[in-house]
Design a protein around this ligand. Sequence first.
Ligand code: GZL
Length: 345
Amino acid sequence: MMRNEKRLIRALIVLIAMLLILVMANGRFEQNQQSQMTESEDYPFEEENMIVVGFSQLGTESVWRATHTQSIQQALSKENGFFLQYENAKQKQENQIKAIRGFISQRVDYIVFAPLMEDGWETVLTEAKEAGIPVILVDRKISGAEDLYTTFIGSDMKEEGRQAGRWLEAYQRKRGRLNEPLRIVALTGTLGSTSQIGRSSGFYEIVSQHDNWEIIAQEYGDFTVVKGKEAMAKLLRQNQDIDVVVSQNDEMTFGAMEAIQEAGFTTGIYGDMILISYDGVRDALELVDRGKINCEIECNPLQGELLAEVIRKLEAGETVEKEYFVEELVFTRENVKDYLPTRAY
Ligand code: GZL
């Protein structure tokens, strides 16, 4: 169904709804009817020439997530020609599925969503495909048929995991300890999410190349400070002689550092444990600068501009790539001062 036909149908639906409201309101408060006309006047006509995007964000669990949301809201603004409908799923897949069904019934032009986990999307994305609405994944991917989405914009999470492993190799080599045994524990993010799957498998790919390295335990910290502290406390109770902590986001790292300190240990360049963290929010970069976090693997949330650019390509009928990776760095005490002053989040 052509986009203009969809828009005409959408405008007719809204017009009929407005007429119904007017008829009902007529019997009641006249002055209120005037304000209803004023309030609803913008919606159908203003949206007319805009690109209507339904955006299902998975939650608000971290500074990274809030920055990701803000980046998309700023890029897909009315000033830039977009009508963005934002839905926060509060970490529940059923809320994302409900939001996507809502976008389909409203005949949006595009559906953008950050899937909480990789599985469970076939049915609702098949409905979107049958409705002729392109789906764009941001931040995280889905498992299953690739024809259910047009493109992916985000990070190469497996490469992020390899980056952590390669940094650890270089760090041990530089201090002449590459052949020493390492007892490693991991704090993982939301189970089944691309971030957790990719960072775990990428890091393990490097660890498995070193017989003297062992991941002795891992705990699920759900990307939050509270769960990160609980998970680290459990790892400390159950494991002695931990040499390395790999935490799959900065919120869990902040919680883990509290638990480590309460157990009487320290982290970082001069600490009892090497600490590697993911995301690279400002507070974490400051801890890198103070030597408390050894290495920060950046995960770049600023994806809004690239998303707007890809949508404009689609609007122009141009072909787009199946995936777009944002640029990311690895921060250590050697380079973090170059980036801290301008870190906006
Ligand atoms: C990464 C993103 C992760 C971040 C966390 O792309 O999915 O989710 O690393 C966030 O901070 O909660």
